[in-house]
Design a protein around this ligand. Sequence first.
Ligand code: CMP
Length: 136
Amino acid sequence: MEKTLVLLKPDAVERRLVGRIIAIYEEKGLNITALKMLKPTREIVEAHYQEHKEKPFFQSLVDYLTRGKVCALIIEGENAVKTVRKINGATDPAEAEAGTIRGQFALTKGENLVHASDSVDSAEREIAIWFPEITD
Ligand code: CMP
């Protein structure tokens, strides 16, 4: 079954939206197969976002992800990568459809609550970063 890596970012934890957001994925029929809460190191976040390292917002993105606890999830199901990204909505909450997580709960690109892998290959790479203990 297809896997994807989801992060509920520090604003989701601070705003006590973790349970509500997880319920949306579960109600869609997706399975949460791994879950952890952690305050990530800068190294983990820099590795995760390596494709953005030349972007002007990179340092603020790393500051944001490391400022508090993150809830990392592996979500599995048919077309999990595409389905979760659709549920999350566009990166910029101002562009996100109203029924999506970002459309409903987020206001700015700088604090957009959730991350999800953009492909099966990215999911494999990101799962290895956040769940190195999982080897299957
Ligand atoms: P995410 O889907 O996790 O992938 C990359 C992240 O970079 C994105 O969500 C946002 O949190 C962040 N991001 C993208 N564009 C900008 C921007 N213009 N300003 C600040 N943060 C951004």
